[in-house]
Design a protein around this ligand. Sequence first.
Ligand code: ADP
Ligand code: MG
Length: 219
Amino acid sequence: MTYPLEAGPLDVLSGVNMNIADGETVAIVGPSGSGKTTLLILLAGLEQPAAGTIEFDGVNITALDADALADIRRDTLGIVFQSFHLVPSLTALGNVALPLEIAGRERAREHARQLLARVGLAERALHYPSQLSGGEQQRVAIARALVHTPKIVLADEPTGNLDLRTGATIIDLLFQLNAASGSTMIMVTHDDAIARRCQTVYRLNDGRLIKDESHALSA
Ligand code: ADP
Ligand code: MG
C-alpha cells in the first residue's frame, strides 16, 4: 500500500504474504505505525494496494469495481473498529439491525434484538451511542459486526479505547460470538496475551509480515 502524500509517496506495506483458512482465527501484532490498520483496510477492500493481490474464495478483490466490492463487504464482512464507529443518529438496536436491513434480510429488528441480548445489552436497545459507555458501544459494534454471520470478521484493536477490565470482557465476547458463528477472524492487537488466543499469530514490522512460528509450536 502506498499513500500519496504531498511530501512524496509513502510505502507502508511491502512484504505481506498470508493465507488464511476458513474459520481460522488470526492475530496481527505490531508496533504503532507498522501498518496494521492499513492492512485491515486493504483486506476490507476499502483501499486498493499499489501492487499485489488479495483473493477471497479465489476471487481477486483488487480487480473488482466499487459496487462489487460493496456487495462483498455487505454479505461477507463484519468490522469492529478501535473507536466503535456507531451511527450516532441510530439507537443501539438500529445500529445492530443496520447490516441486516441493508442486506434486505427479514425480521432484522427481531434478530438484532437477540444479538443485543447476547452481548448483554437488552436493556440498552433504545439508547443512542452518546448514551452508552465505551464498553457498551463496543459491545453494540461487536453485535453489529456479527449479526449477519459474516464469513470474515475484521477487528482493529477492539480494546484500544477501553480500560483493561472492560477490554477483557469485550475480547471474551468477541471470541465467543465468533466461535458461535464459525467466522474467520483477523484481529489486530498490540496485546500479546490477546494474540495468543488466536490460532495463528503474525508480526508486522516495517511493513513486513512474519508468521510467529513459536506460537504455532506452543499451540
Ligand atoms: P498502525 O495501525 O499499525 O498503527 P497504520 O496502518 O495506521 O499503522 O499506519 C501505517 C503508516 O501509514 C503510518 O506511518 C501512518 O502515518 C501512515 N498512514 C496511515 N494512514 C494514512 C493516510 N490515510 N495517508 C497517509 N499516510 C497514512
Ligand atoms: Mg492502527
